[in-house]
Write a protein that binds this ligand. Structure first.
Ligand code: NDP
Ligand code: OXD
Length: 319
């Protein structure tokens, strides 16, 4: 890879920058990359920021930024920053990340469909019992968000034999996967869903969308007995008290949650110990750091050659 000429700042309030800088230097020897808060006295020369949960005022010190790159697919962590510069914001999209998310969606759908948590309980009690086993084709899976991640997950679940549909903001035409869209299409989508997989971004429109009223509209006549929620999108999509209430009164049968309103999930959250909740630590699709770094440096190189940026976020939509 050729040397990137203009300086780069790595901005994160959460991650140790050292390995990221090492990776970037290995991929593009001679690169000028600094990390918050040690971005140097000549910060007005910094043209690119690479950010994951950047400090709230981090951009104030960078008056001449040209592009912000999100280290994640989601960009809510960047829109949360005050005084965001008016420059293109590019998000992470890569085959590795997509494949990992689909693994998660397929694994947790199968775990609920094949009742693995129940079988684990039987094993711990030395019970030899074979619970009823519906066919995948009898299970209606609904994927909320048919973007890069949702579409791939939906297609892989379809290959597994599930009866898959999806819901998104705009109309989609995906062979074999009926799609619903917009607020008007939501009710019909929910009414035919036994396992709901949320792969939406967090925006003002999707904030708290996974609430009791929505769970009540899911199919309650399915072969699994009660509908299941899998949320690997963002924690702020969900109202956590509503999930507990819905699980306790049977509106939901079980939930797999990878993301939470507060992360790490506080020790006193009732979700930790709920018998019908499976928790994973926001690792549904960990990004391969080398793939992400290479992808960003390639984009900068192309941008400096005058080529258009890819995967630019629409600030009006917020994703
Ligand atoms: P995309 O931007 O490609 O897709 C987003 C999808 O959500 C689109 O289909 C979009 O509709 C739909 N959508 C957005 N707003 C609405 C709305 N108001 N009503 C209906 N549909 C809506 O994103 P990705 O698929 O790449 O990623 C999705 C999210 O997954 C990320 O934003 C991030 O929060 C999360 N994520 C979580 C990870 C984890 O480890 N847990 C890892 C990576 C990402 P349309 O197609 O019509 O625009
Ligand atoms: C992402 C994430 O947005 O890991 O990529 O959550």
């Amino acid at each position: 890879m050729a040397i990137v000429m203009k300086p780069i700042a790595f901005l994160s309030s959460e991650w140790n920058p050292a390995p990221w800088i090492k990776r970037a230097e290995a991929a593009a020897p001679g690169i000028d990359i600094r990390a918050w808060p040690n971005i140097g006295g000549d910060a007005d020369g910094i043209a690119y920021a690479i950010a994951w949960k950047p400090p709230r005022d981090a951009f104030d010190a960078l008056p001449n930024l040209q592009v912000i790159f999100s280290l994640g697919a989601g960009v809510d962590h960047i829109f949360a920053v005050e005084r965001l510069p008016d420059v293109p914001l590019v998000r992470a999209v890569n085959a590795d990340l997509t494949a990992r998310m689909s693994e998660y969606a397929v694994m947790h759908t199968l775990m609920h469909h094949r009742q693995q948590r129940l079988l684990d309980r039987y094993q711990s009690e030395r019970i030899w019992k074979d619970p009823p086993q519906p066919a995948a084709a009898e299970v209606r899976v609904g994927v909320m968000g048919l973007g890069v991640l949702g579409r791939d997950s939906a297609e892989k679940l379809k290959i597994m034999g599930f009866d898959v549909a999806g819901w998104s903001r705009s109309k989609k035409d995906i062979p074999g996967i009926p799609s619903y869209h917009g607020p008007d299409g939501l009710k019909a989508f929910l009414q035919r869903t036994d396992i709901l997989i949320a792969l939406l971004p967090h925006t003002t429109e999707t904030d708290g969308i996974l609430n009791y009223a929505l769970f009540s509209q899911l199919a309650h006549d399915g072969v699994l007995g009660a509908p299941i929620l899998i949320n690997a999108g963002r924690g702020r999509l969900q109202v956590e008290e509503d999930i507990v209430r819905a699980l306790d009164d049977g509106t939901l049968g079980a939930a797999t949650l990878d993301v939470f309103v507060t992360e790490p999930l506080p020790a006193d959250s009732p979700l930790w110990t709920h018998p019908n909740v499976t928790i994973t630590p926001h690792n549904a699709a960990d990004s391969d750091p080398d793939a992400i770094t290479r992808g960003i440096l390639k984009q900068i190189e192309a941008y400096e050659r005058g080529e258009p940026l890819k995967n630019v976020v629409d600030p009006k939509k917020g994703y």
